[in-house]
Design a protein around this ligand. Structure first.
Ligand SMILES: Cc1cc2nc3c(=O)[nH]c(=O)nc-3n(C[C@H](O)[C@H](O)[C@H](O)COP(=O)(O)O)c2cc1C
Length: 163
């Protein structure tokens, strides 16, 4: 059984595509972090999502997750998310606080429109002192949507030496 779990959250399919590329290259198991209260995925309602996300960040909210994965059988756990207001979506905080990641190797990845990883990889390591957070990969959403990223992703995965 695979020791690699790829967890991700996103609303418009960009981070999901990135996660699926990682799955194709690693043969890991894929797990979407689905919020109990779903976000409006209609791009026409972007402003509403932006306000809600900002409110959640400002209030340091912990949006509930429908179902948590059983992380016990995995050694390597990828965590993927879009940048939301210069940090990771609050649901990522819910996730890392509610599963036992002690002793696990964490590999972050994210999509964005200019912020890169916005310091979130460092923030993850600080939030998870008992896990080892490896070098993550930020990719611009536009690049994920318009170009094949498998080559870039493979290069990053090879450098991590986890397989
Ligand atoms: C609420 C919200 C806040 C965002 N904040 C940022 C940001 O601070 N920096 C940035 O580079 N991109 C930001 N973006 C752009 C997203 O990170 C980017 O479009 C991402 O690829 C969306 O991923 P998804 O399709 O998986 O939801 C934001 C998008 C949304 C919806």
């Amino acid at each position: 059984m695979s020791r690699i779990l790829i967890t991700y959250f996103g609303t418009y399919g960009t981070t999901e595509k990135f996660a699926k590329d990682i799955q194709e290259l690693t043969n890991g198991d894929l797990f979407e972090l689905v919020p109990k209260a779903s976000y409006d995925k209609d791009p026409a309602h972007y402003n509403e999502l932006a306000s809600l996300a900002k409110k959640e960040r400002d209030e340091d909210a912990r949006p509930e997750i429908k179902e948590l994965p059983d992380v016990s059988k995995y050694d390597y756990i990828f965590i993927g998310y879009p940048m939301w207001w210069y940090t990771y979506p609050q649901i990522i905080r819910t996730f890392i606080e509610n599963v036992d990641l002690k002793g696990k190797t964490i590999i972050p990845f994210n999509t964005h429109e200019g912020s890169g990883d916005g310091g979130t990889y460092k923030e993850l390591q600080e939030a998870l002192p008992d896990s080892k957070v490896l070098i993550g990969l930020p990719i611009r959403g536009e690049n994920i949507k318009n170009y094949d990223q498998l080559g870039n992703i493979k290069e990053w995965l090879d450098a991590l030496k986890i397989m």
